[in-house]
Ligand binder design. Sequence first.
Ligand code: IMP
Ligand code: MG
Length: 184
Amino acid sequence: MDIDMKNDVGSVLLSEAQINGIVEKLAKRITEDYKNSPNLILLGILKGSVIFFSDLMRKIDIPCQMEFMRVSSYSGTKTTGNINILLDLNRVDIGNCDVLIIEDIIDSGRTLTYLKKYIAGKGARSVRTCTLLDKPSRREVTFVPDYVGAEIPDEFVVGYGLDYNDYYRNLPYIGVLKREIYEK
Ligand code: IMP
Ligand code: MG
């Protein structure tokens, strides 16, 4: 694979400064909304949310814990529709916990629909969802996240944790991947 990270991105959709502002606003809302929660768990969905997760968590100003799950539904730039759990959440005290699922981006809505039900099924006190990016025009199922950083158009984006075939995650901004990169 011949990767030229900066050149493969056609345009920058969100700069580092813009992302920082978005994350700050989300963290303020979450801090306010959960200030009376005794057991807040931020549940990061690996791997795409890792960078967003670590910035967001450091800006949340109330006690909270971190957990992670890994699921996969994507292959290249296409969703396959079925969700596989590759790393499960393993906690016995979930019944006392308010779980906030942290995701990088919502596309069809299938991943978070599945995960929200899954965590609720484990008996969590509450389950909400927070996504950095949302592509509402791509929904295949009705799903409304509780916290959204930014709505974006139907483009395949990379950077700040988001990948194409596991690359480009380390770009510090979010950019639109040139079509020629994934259509060749
Ligand atoms: P959904 O189940 O279709 O909502 O898929 C959400 C998942 O698809 C995200 O967690 C990402 O891993 C992946 N995804 C969707 N759109 C993009 C994109 O534009 N860039 C990178 N990954 C994406
Ligand atoms: Mg993901």
